[in-house]
Design a protein around this ligand. Structure first.
Ligand SMILES: [Zn+2]
Length: 258
């Protein structure tokens, strides 16, 4: 599923379209539009605009088309097509095939080329002028102070990390990989971390995201092959525990994650 590493790959690939002017926008399936965004508004406001920047905040991809912005969310199975190809070939829960009927929206540029949203399960959304500030700071660039602010309170640590309003971009697989690497138990209260724990978590967050971006997917972590019944901690061989934290299936090592 697209977490920060996949959306970062989409952002990098979409740089190919910078400087192009939109010729037309086609909504193939209006169900992909976020509430408050209509086909009429998109078709009125996007064509004629020039793509001057492609940004990412958490899992939200923002196309800057001044004075308009287009926000793309990829849900569980969404992929960005850049000039007809996908920078991420395979998502964990999605077919690697590209069926024409899964193409929900296309932005075509003057002189050729396009950006398209392919989404088999239709859980992604496209929004005109999305509310970016509803999201917390981006997980890849958050400062230690921003991470500390996101982790206040007695809610489970993993639940806080998954809360996109607090810190944006961490999904279920990245959270389990991160907490395993940082030797922190997912269910402990977020606000219970000592300064040294938070400093380590911040450092490992950046390193983990950088690793997963380089490897090309959120499902390519070191813990991932063991996230299964009978799986063992790759660090110390202890059988992993499975439970629900923050409403999500969670795997962790009871020996070294505290
Ligand atoms: Zn362990």
């Amino acid at each position: 599923m697209p977490e920060l590493p996949e959306v970062e790959a989409y952002r990098v690939a979409a740089q190919a379209a910078l400087g192009r002017r939109v010729a037309e926008l086609e909504v193939q399936d209006p169900r992909v539009l976020a509430s408050g965004t209509s086909t009429t508004a998109l078709v009125e406001r996007v064509p004629g605009r020039k793509l001057v920047a492609v940004r990412r905040r958490g899992k939200l991809l923002v196309l800057d088309l001044p004075p308009t912005r287009l926000g793309l969310r990829f849900g569980m199975t969404g992929r960005l097509l850049v000039d007809g190809w996908s920078p991420v070939e395979r998502l964990l829960w999605a077919s690697p095939r590209l069926e024409p009927r899964w193409l929900r929206l296309v932005v075509r540029f003057e002189g050729g080329g396009s950006l398209g949203l392919v989404d088999p399960r239709l859980l992604g959304r496209v929004a005109l002028d999305p509310d970016e500030d509803a999201l917390g700071p981006d997980a890849l660039t958050a400062t230690p102070a921003e991470l500390a602010r996101a982790l206040q309170g007695s809610v489970a640590l993993k639940a806080r990390l998954l809360d996109q309003r607090r810190i944006a971009g961490i999904g279920n697989l990245v959270a389990d990989e991160l907490l395993w690497r940082a030797a922190l138990a997912p269910g402990r209260p977020a606000g219970s971390l000592e300064v040294a724990d938070r400093t380590r978590l911040h450092r490992i967050l950046r390193r983990t995201l950088a690793d997963l971006v380089a490897r090309g997917g959120s499902h390519l972590g070191d813990l991932m092959p063991e996230r299964r019944p009978g799986g063992r901690c790759p660090r110390d061989g202890t059988p992993l525990v499975r439970g629900r934290v923050g409403g999500r299936t969670t795997w962790w090592c009871p020996a070294h994650q505290r």
